[in-house]
Design a protein around this ligand. Structure first.
Ligand code: AVJ
Length: 339
């Protein structure tokens, strides 16, 4: 029988949209904008446009994180993979465009004939674009994609352990300093949830941005082109579209500050004037004083001790760390241990 050239790719890909509460965005926006100080969760940046804007951020000269991590992966992917043993499957949390992941996929496919890549991302559009591109490039890849937030996806994975028996190891991957969005409690809860889907001897590859001077950090989050400003302000565009908001985008400004005491870059949206904003779907009116801010993101920066402690607290041993040439970024191989 002749093979149908169109059949193979679909058989190699499954995309699952995991149900989260339909009105979760509405509830989080209501809670965040009625709180004092006002705040919104950063996971809502990643609608279709927001995911594209983030990819643009990764190409900015000021945003060194992506290039630093790519440098480490480009140079050391084989050593990193070799350290884990196999055959292994790959589980990426927050896969985005999955461009950097290719270094790991390449290294794994040099060692084993096929690979199961499980990807989790909050953006269904990113998952579709990234998985289609990967399947085009890698004929020996099988992909299971989950459109969900991390905890929802990890809970689903902990329940359904499909195909794990085909692989001796799972390599979990959390790149780009995504961990920076979490405070100490959240990052521990998250790493414990990752640990629960792993067996002893499995690995977690954790990319983390390091503490450094404000004159490097601030431009990375407030670039000259204004892409990060657009990324931040797009949250208001999304609220307008999905919740019937009437934010006048021009009446808000992007601000990035380094809160050195807390060890994090913060992003805010600053009200340029006293104003009232209606949110039709929430039957809500929000007032802003001039200069009042919505706190939209924390990006924590780490040092080696903090990362070691984080591993220690969550059932991992830190086996090896790599850095980029400028030592701006830290790439960590953690191994799941008995707890
Ligand atoms: C995707 C969370 C790692 O905090 O550096 C980039 C998001 N925000 N520019 C980061 C982001 C502003 C990014 N993470």
């Amino acid at each position: 029988m002749l093979a149908n050239p169109n059949a193979a790719p679909t058989a190699r890909l499954a995309i699952h949209q995991l149900a989260t509460a339909a009105d979760e965005f509405a509830a989080d926006v209501r809670a965040g904008l009625t709180a004092r100080p006002k705040a919104l969760p950063p996971k809502y940046f990643y609608d279709d446009l927001g995911s594209k804007l983030f990819e643009a951020i990764c190409r900015l000269p000021e945003y060194y994180l992506t290039r630093a991590e790519s440098q480490v992966l480009g140079r050391h992917a084989e050593a990193i993979i070799e350290d884990v043993g196999g055959p292994a499957r790959l589980l990426e949390l927050g896969s985005g465009s999955a461009e950097k992941t290719r270094h790991l996929i390449d290294a794994l496919l040099q060692r084993q004939p096929e690979l199961h890549y499980l990807m989790v991302d909050i953006s269904p559009a990113s998952l579709e674009a990234a998985s289609r591109e990967l399947l085009r490039v890698y004929p020996d890849l099988r992909i299971t994609a989950y459109a969900a937030d991390y905890f929802t996806a990890l809970a689903a994975l902990a329940g359904a352990e499909q195909s794990k028996q085909d692989y001796r190891r799972t390599i979990a991957v959390f790149l780009g300093s995504n961990i920076g969005n979490m405070d100490g409690h959240e990052s521990r809860a998250f790493l414990r949830a990752v640990r629960r889907v792993l067996d002893v001897g499995d690995a977690l590859l954790l990319g983390a941005d390091l503490k450094k001077q404000a004159d490097v950090l601030i431009p990375a989050y407030d670039d000259a082109l204004g892409v990060t400003a657009a990324f931040n302000l797009n949250l208001l565009v999304r609220i307008n579209r999905e919740l019937g908001g009437d934010f006048d985008i021009r009446q808000f400004a992007h601000r990035a500050v380094y809160n050195e005491a807390a060890g994090r870059v913060e992003m805010h949206l600053v009200s340029r004037a006293p104003q009232t904003v209606g949110l039709r779907a929430l039957d809500l009116e929000i007032t802003f004083a001039e200069g009042e801010t919505i706190h939209t993101e924390n990006s924590y920066k780490f040092d080696a001790d903090q990362l070691a402690e984080l591993a220690d607290d969550t059932g991992f041993a830190s086996r090896r760390t790599w850095h980029d040439e400028m030592k701006r970024f830290s790439f960590n191989l953690l191994v799941a241990i008995n707890q």
